[in-house]
Write a protein that binds this ligand. Sequence first.
Ligand code: 13P
Ligand code: SF4
Length: 333
Amino acid sequence: MTSLPLAGHPSGRAQAIDPSLDLEDEIARLKKERNAIVLAHYYQDGDIQDVADVVGDSLQLAQAAAKTKADVICFAGVHFMAETAKILNPHKAVVLPDLTAGCSLADGCPPDAFAAWIQKHTVNGEKPIVVSYINCSAEVKALSDYIVTSSNAEKIVAQIPEGKKILFAPDKNLGAFIEKKLGRKMEMWQGSCIVHETFSEKKLVQLKERHPGAPILAHPECEPVVLKMADYIGSTTGILKTALARPEKEIIVVTEAGILHALEKAAAEAGIEKTFIPAPPMASCACNECPHMKKNTLEKVYLALRDMQPEITMPAELMTRALAPIEKMLALS
Ligand code: 13P
Ligand code: SF4
């Protein structure tokens, strides 16, 4: 038996995992035994994506959580994603392999400051329409009128009647992208993603010089200077579909590096020969990898299913308030 140090495991002690165990087999056995599913985001390590029942973008994973018949959801993603799955399934157990897997966007939008911001923009008792990116806490969701993801934000904001004041939080880059697309002014919370803001315009220009025929596919969490260079801007699933559909052999991908596993796998399955080139971050670091997403490991997925923890819990009243804007999003998507 070896002891693996597993920071963030609720037991607070290193967990002993028998090294002779085949973790993939064990996860498959536990899924069956517990009637559990594993939902994984594209930014998870490849070995986690490979044991998942659904791999997708934030919207697809919320939709999968909303319709699952499983009794247990193991959410291989970050905290706000697992929280959303729990809000949609208050009577099911939702486990997150590492409870400390957060998100710079969610962490940069504290509910008290968010409530004060809404109050500041409420004039003569007229409350603005509050649109929040799904990358936020349950408390922030509960204060919002609509929840959106990178794949439906444009469609949902477009349905808000003209003349209504809109507050958009917490990602200023996604907000600016929507604002530009719709020609609609919004008040923006000044949050950003620590991963997507590290992509450098200068390095992207140099990369494009070396691969002039390769289109640039970028996530809307990137800064406007980077998005200006993109041939396509969309969610992780949008990037994946576009990358496969484009005729070019070489594709430049400007998002978290975990998506390369899904891209390569999908291209191989479709029998398409492609080279995916990850956009370089500013410094020579691995900062195109999300440190929060990467806290989850296959070992922690196994332990979460075995021990049924760390489990997501919230007050029932908070879940009820946060559910309304999520349900609106699902209905409008
Ligand atoms: P999508 O997969 O919905 O595009 O979101 C990206 C992201 O940053 C999730 O944290
Ligand atoms: Fe949050 Fe950015 Fe990580 Fe996504 S990639 S979870 S937005 S910090």
